[in-house]
Write a protein that binds this ligand. Sequence first.
Ligand SMILES: *Cc1c(COP(=O)(O)O)cnc(C)c1O
Length: 360
Amino acid sequence: MAAETALLTVDLDAIAANWRMLRDRHGADAAGVVKADGYGLGAVPVARRLAREGCGHFFVAQLAEGIAVAAAVPRAMVAVLNGLLPGEERAFAAHGIVPVLNDLGQVDAWAAEASRLGTRLPAILHIDTGMNRLGLPPVAVDALAADPSRLAPLDLRYVMTHLVAAEVPDDPANARQRDAFAASRARLPPARASFANSSGVFLGAGYRTDLARPGAALYGINPTPGLPNPMRPAVRLDGRVLQVRDVPAGETVGYNGTWTAARPSRIATVAVGYADGYLRNLSNRCPARCDGHPVPMAGRVSMDLTTFDVTDFPAIRTGAMLTLIGDGQTPDDLAAAAGTNGYEVLTSIGSRYARRYLGA
Ligand SMILES: *Cc1c(COP(=O)(O)O)cnc(C)c1O
């Protein structure tokens, strides 16, 4: 087998420690959100590791993701946030996957499936308290409050809602959503509740419910932007140096010559580019790391390659690995350089990395 040219290392022990910390901080149970293939890191290995840790609830976005995760953690509850699409009822029931019911049509379709099967089917009801994206709007909550028999064929596991601005503790939307959620719950049949995402866990006791739904913080993204990151880093990306070349002063490097050698320079070309989710907006902005030292980028990120100025690192030769994430540089650092968030940095990670799981 050829040597890997790019390596993604996922520290499952760190993810497990982050989950325990979030659960304890929340002071109640916590799920694991593993949508988008576990934020790009691998939903199945993450779910397996968290299940071993005692995590009994998982959320994904889509049914196909749910089927893969449910097969890996057969004793856990696996729920699909995007809801129940027409025609999916039998597959949800056959795989024992819990739909997050986002409108009255989904409530009625799932109740009809339960009646057809002669069983009560598990469900989560999503109340929209201000996101205006998915979930039952107030008028639909009114309809259910007026006719709770529509829910009777269902085993209502949780009623949930989702915060709009949890990472901004003094955003008035937080308290507004908390109060709207409490008002809706009071009008519906009694059920356990699920509210806080990663950042919501840090909003305090007013946001505690039976089940938190952290995703990003599990993977080391800072749930408290502006404050020190309380989470353990869980991701490392390394790229192989394919060539090191001497570039005379005055010459440029890469597409459109956006970097010019100010001195006789050594340039290392690394086998990672924007096709690997190493965002083009990082061009000339984000260093790599070598033994903890920042190694400046030189020129544009291209599809499969990125160039770094290793003039001051004579030990870096062809075949060496440069660290793109890790070694003190976080997904949030890349996000800040690229003008996005850590979520997008992680979910952009492509399929060409060799993957190594620590603590599997
Ligand atoms: C993605 C998502 C979460 C997890 O959010 P994080 O900010 O990653 O913790 C929780 N609930 C819902 C509805 C989501 O879509």
